[in-house]
Design a protein around this ligand. Structure first.
Ligand code: COA
Length: 327
């Protein structure tokens, strides 16, 4: 049986504070009806004071370690996918390492926006295939509430804060990452981006500058997201020689219920097999897939030997899909 990088345990964490559509009606000119009909989102979790991205990430990782029955000192590599770390340097992953006491690990961040978690899985897989002894923690964590313009109704209703994680190790029982395909197209960066706090950013010298906030051309993003994820899923299934009907669960990036429904329809997959929790959490970027995977796992939606497809799309543009055989 071929050796694969397998998910040993999952975990997640969301901040306690919930912001409803009714709460948003008091902040911007919007309505529950508009938000639900265009996005499917009803609530999102928002970090409170001190609940930084590294804090959410550490809690998700601690829950994952508890589920795996492993100590933090047993982690060899710690990867955090994020675009909303509280510091540019050190990496969010180093802050998580400190918080967990994962002294043996080397730690670094990945920026692939909403696709960051599946990019992280891909990197983890390569290390594990090279050295089966390794245990790798991959975390997707965001506090996008600190990066949206709360005056911009086009974007502020869409996003939320959360973290999710998986612990990976080697398996020779056939379970693990079967196939994956990652893509990027930097020529389309200006359809979804966040100004960075970089020295090249002239706005930083402007006294009016109000921070590095998300900017998006929603309609264009919508169209690209559906087509890109459909093609990525088809490519991965073809690579593995697996039919869509053989897949037990599709865990798509949770940006918008209409994107997910359109993808479901185009793939011709039974909607019962598509995991949806965007209703509760909104778009938590790199955290959506590991958070959804952890919920699905804890709900008993995954049995040993099941095929699970993850697919993501995000700023960059970045996108891709991962086919996993559940452990
Ligand atoms: N409440 C009320 N009205 C709103 C609103 C809000 N929160 N946000 C936008 N509107 C208004 C717009 O101002 C516009 O008004 P106008 O026609 O008077 O100018 C109108 O609603 C329609 O806007 P439009 O952008 O055409 O709506 P849409 O049907 O495309 O839906 C999105 C907007 C953002 C929900 C949709 O484009 C989308 O989901 N895009 C993908 C976004 C995404 O998921 N990005 C992350 C991917 S990782």
């Amino acid at each position: 049986m071929s050796r694969r990088a397998s998910i040993l345990a999952t975990g997640s964490h969301v901040p306690a504070r919930i912001l409803s559509n009714e709460d948003l009606e008091k902040i911007v000119d919007t309505s529950d009806e508009w938000i639900v009909s265009r996005t499917g989102i009803k609530t999102r979790h928002i970090s409170g004071p001190g609940e930084y991205t590294s804090v959410l990430a550490s809690r998700a990782a601690a829950n994952t370690l508890a589920a795996a029955g492993l100590a933090a000192t047993e982690i060899d590599i710690l990867i955090v996918a994020t675009v909303s770390a509280e510091m540019t340097m050190p990496s969010c992953a180093c802050l998580v390492q400190k918080e967990l006491g994962a002294i043996k690990a080397f730690a670094f961040d990945i920026n692939a926006a909403c696709s960051g978690f599946i990019y992280g899985l891909s990197v983890a897989e390569k290390y594990i295939l090279a050295n089966p002894q390794l245990k790798v923690m991959v975390i997707g964590a965001e506090t996008l509430s600190t990066r949206v313009n709360w005056q911009d109704r086009n974007t502020c209703v869409l996003f939320g804060d959360a973290a999710g994680a998986v612990l990976l190790g080697s398996s020779d029982q056939g379970d693990g990452i079967v196939a994956e395909k990652l893509f990027s197209d930097g020529t389309l960066y200006n359809l979804l981006y966040m100004d960075g706090a970089q020295s090249l950013n002239p706005a930083l010298r402007n006294e009016e500058f109000e921070g590095s906030l998300i900017k998006m051309v929603g309609r264009d993003v919508f169209k690209y997201a559906v087509n890109a994820m459909e093609n990525a899923v088809r490519a991965v299934l073809a690579q593995a020689g697996v039919a869509i009907d053989e897949v037990r669960l599709v865990v798509p990036h949770q940006a918008n219920i209409r994107i997910i429904n359109k993808l479901t329809q185009k793939l011709g997959v039974d909607p019962e097999k598509v995991y949806i929790n965007v209703t509760k959490y909104g778009n938590t970027s790199a955290a959506t897939i590991p958070l959804a995977l952890d919920e699905a796992n804890r709900e008993g939606r995954l049995q040993s030997g099941d095929y699970v497809i993850l697919c993501a799309f995000g700023g960059g543009f970045t996108w891709g899909a991962t086919l996993i055989k559940w452990q």
